[in-house]
Design a protein around this ligand. Structure first.
Ligand code: IMP
Length: 416
């Protein structure tokens, strides 16, 4: 089957790269925007015509009235969170019809007890906690591979669902309220639940294009990230196919989003982390607080070792560089090119996090530009040192930077 040019967009760091804005930007040229992993642990902020939208679960394209959106089966779905998000958007005047928002029938559900399990486990880990968002993401994925999950399609048969709910009565505090909620979801959400693989395959045959919207970031991938300080899904680009039921070739053009510096929320190793005034400056100027948990994000320099590896594993064809303007005041900018520990030099992510924490980092240092790039929309208007930083990242990663974000608004974007 021939695939029209789809695009897959993923974050190449630990999330919060500014994907939401890039997805919004690209959504203009796609017919359907699809999420393929993660759940409402994601936080996407969009600023459209002065209105700020914060989305956790619904694909970013939902704010564009002429676009279709979908949640693939790779997503874990909290129906309470979904209901709330749909209500918030409706109040803001956004219409969400079944035609415009589809849910894969085989997507696993996050149940109330998953959240409790998530939070209890974190408490149990004490100082070794992962720093999860506490939303039940991990336990929901565990139940999926454990073959005991409730799935979206179960809502389509309320009688069978009701019978099955009796079996989990001891898992919730207020069973009546819980069962009532589930029956309501089965009424309100049923029209949205479809065999998504089939709907998407048909739409591809009609020549419609898909934008696959990644959540979290590559180094939170359960297999390739900084395990065990990761999320419980695959965040890599090929998951766009695996998490939706489309053939591998449907992944299409793979765009990686990389922030001009690095942030991380939650625990886990972070070699280029800055615990000095420069780190504070990045956090304050970049408004680095989690959209989901409100936690302060840890900040540091761009990590070229990780960037290169991410580009290789994901087959990144183009990069979008975000938040360049946050670096405007800095006199010098550093980028990690290797790590050293116990006489060993690493130019890739070591397998074990113990080998990856307390490494000494080998940096390249580039001159800052110390002038304003915020809001620029034209590449030629960038200061020479900012252009040199961009060219440096392209050389290092071997991937062209085709898009540069210079501010939170839709129009604060340079396209090359
Ligand atoms: P979980 O996904 O809630 O299980 O959390 C696991 C790890 O992923 C924690 O370090 C979280 O802070 C991190 N995480 C999950 N979702 C996001 C996200 O959308 N952005 C940034 N970090 C995330």
């Amino acid at each position: 089957m021939h695939h029209p040019q789809n695009t897959t967009i993923i974050g190449l760091q630990w999330g919060d790269e500014g994907k939401g804005k890039m997805v919004d930007h690209l959504a203009e040229h796609a017919d359907i925007i699809v999420r393929f992993q993660g759940g409402h642990n994601a936080g996407h902020t969009l600023v459209v015509e002065g209105v700020t939208y914060k989305l956790n679960l619904l694909p970013s394209g939902i704010v564009r009235p002429d676009k279709k959106t979908a949640l693939g089966h790779g997503v874990v779905l909290d129906l309470w969170a979904l209901e709330k998000e749909m209500e918030t958007l409706s109040t803001a005047g956004i219409t969400i019809t079944p035609e415009r928002f589809m849910i894969a029938e085989n997507a696993s559900l996050i149940m109330p007890w998953h959240r409790v399990q998530d939070q209890n486990r974190e408490r149990g880990l004490g100082d070794n906690k992962i720093g999860t968002t506490g939303r039940g993401i991990g336990p929901a994925y565990e139940d999926r591979v454990g073959r005991r999950a409730f799935r979206a399609g179960d809502l389509l048969d309320p009688q069978a669902l009701n019978a099955r709910l009796q079996g989990v009565a001891d898992q919730v505090d207020d069973f009546c309220a819980f069962a009532e909620d589930m029956m309501r979801f089965s009424r309100t959400l049923a029209p949205h639940i479809v065999p998504l693989w089939q709907v998407l395959a048909q739409s591809q045959r009609r020549g419609e294009t898909i934008l696959f919207e990644g959540a979290q970031g590559f180094y939170l991938d359960v297999d390739f990230g900084t395990y065990p300080f990761v999320t419980s899904s695959n965040t890599l680009a090929s998951q766009a196919a695996t998490g939706t039921g489309l053939p591998a070739a449907a992944v299409g053009h793979v765009l990686g989003v990389v922030k001009a510096y690095t942030t991380r929320v939650g625990s886990g190793p972070f070699p280029t982390e800055l615990s000095d005034t420069t780190g504070e400056h990045l956090g304050a100027k970049g408004h680095e607080f989690g959209t989901v948990t409100g936690r302060k994000r840890r900040c540091g320099w761009l990590d070229g070792v990780l960037l290169k590896q991410a580009c290789t594993i994901n087959g990144i064809q183009a990069l979008a560089l975000t938040k360049l303007d946050v670096l405007d005041e800095l006199p010098a900018i550093k980028v990690a090119v290797a790590y050293q520990k116990a006489g060993v030099t690493y130019t890739h992510l070591p397998l074990h996090w113990r080998d990856f924490s307390d490494v000494s980092v080998v940096y390249d240092t580039l001159p800052g530009w110390q002038s304003i790039t915020a809001g620029l929309q034209d590449y030629d208007a960038l200061p020479d040192n900012a252009k040199a930083y961009i060219a440096y990242i392209e050389r290092l990663s071997g991937v062209p930077i085709t898009c540069i974000s210079t501010g939170p608004r839709r129009e604060d974007t340079i396209v090359r």
